[in-house]
Design a protein around this ligand. Structure first.
Ligand code: ATP
Length: 234
């Protein structure tokens, strides 16, 4: 069974079709990238997987469960790190992790997560005093604190400097090595290429291609390849 399966997903907002018949499946243990321009339908797709939006039609399976009908079970098994997560400025790193772990029946050891994500030295630091990269790492740790089998990581490195991006990439590989299946949403081809086993390119609410990074690069023209390879954070 696939860890994640999206079949013929449709979602419209009024007359605007945001997601138009999207299908893909993610195997257990994979890092599966979703890449596409602004407005492509990435966030609507992942929010539907997370049960935060109800599709107009189509089906979604998270480890065999329906995100809308089986909401509570899916929340236990799916870790979600979405963009623009915000926390009270005064909360300390360890307090945030301890609080979030209390929401789950079978939480991960949050102290081990702090080690894994390089936050141990910052355990007493308040949220407002963290750097951008540290805030991202905390949001990843919080997505993992419920011991999920599958994690969604959305726009992880937007706004980070090149070194912080590379550090974040190494951490994602470490998380994958612990056995978590990862759905990685990104604007950046270099990031998708470096981390993903397979990538879905989404454009205009449709899947334009699904392939390995090498397969995708081979499909595009030499000019597009240059554009892909030099894509950098805005
Ligand atoms: P970005 O990379 O900019 O976050 P995205 O690929 O995640 O974009 P979505 O956020 O899923 O794309 O949006 C897909 C389309 O649906 C866009 O045209 C967007 O303007 C529209 N849209 C998204 N949310 C809503 C909403 N709540 N109401 C109306 N239109 C929406």
């Amino acid at each position: 069974m696939a860890a994640l399966e999206v079949r013929n997903l449709h979602k419209r907002y009024g007359h605007h079709v945001a997601v138009d018949n999207i299908s893909f499946s993610v195997e257990e243990g994979e890092i599966f990238g979703i890449i596409g321009p602004n407005g492509a339908g990435k966030t609507t797709t992942v929010e539907s997987i997370a049960g935060l939006r109800t599709p107009d039609s189509g089906s979604i399976s998270v480890l065999g469960l329906d995100p809308v009908k089986d909401r509570a079970e899916v929340r236990e098994r799916l870790g979600v790190q979405l963009q623009e997560s915000s926390f009270p400025d005064a909360i300390k790193v360890a307090e945030a992790l301890e609080l979030y772990s209390s929401f789950y029946r079978d939480p991960a050891d949050w102290r081990e997560l702090m080690e894994l994500l390089g936050l141990a030295e910052k355990h007493k630091t308040r949220y407002k005093a963290l750097s951008g990269g540290q805030k991202q790492r905390l949001s990843i740790a919080l997505a993992l604190v419920g011991n999920p089998k599958v994690a969604i990581l959305d726009e992880l490195t937007t706004g980070l400097d090149p070194q912080a991006r590379r550090d974040t990439w190494s951490l994602i590989e470490r998380v994958r090595d612990t056995g978590v299946t990862i759905l990685l949403v990104t604007h950046f081809m270099d990031e998708a290429e470096r981390l993903s086993d397979r990538i879905a390119v989404i454009d205009g609410g449709r899947v334009a291609a699904v392939d390995t990074p090498e397969g995708l690069i081979a499909q595009v023209s030499p000019v597009q390849q240059v554009r892909f390879r030099v894509s950098q954070p805005l």
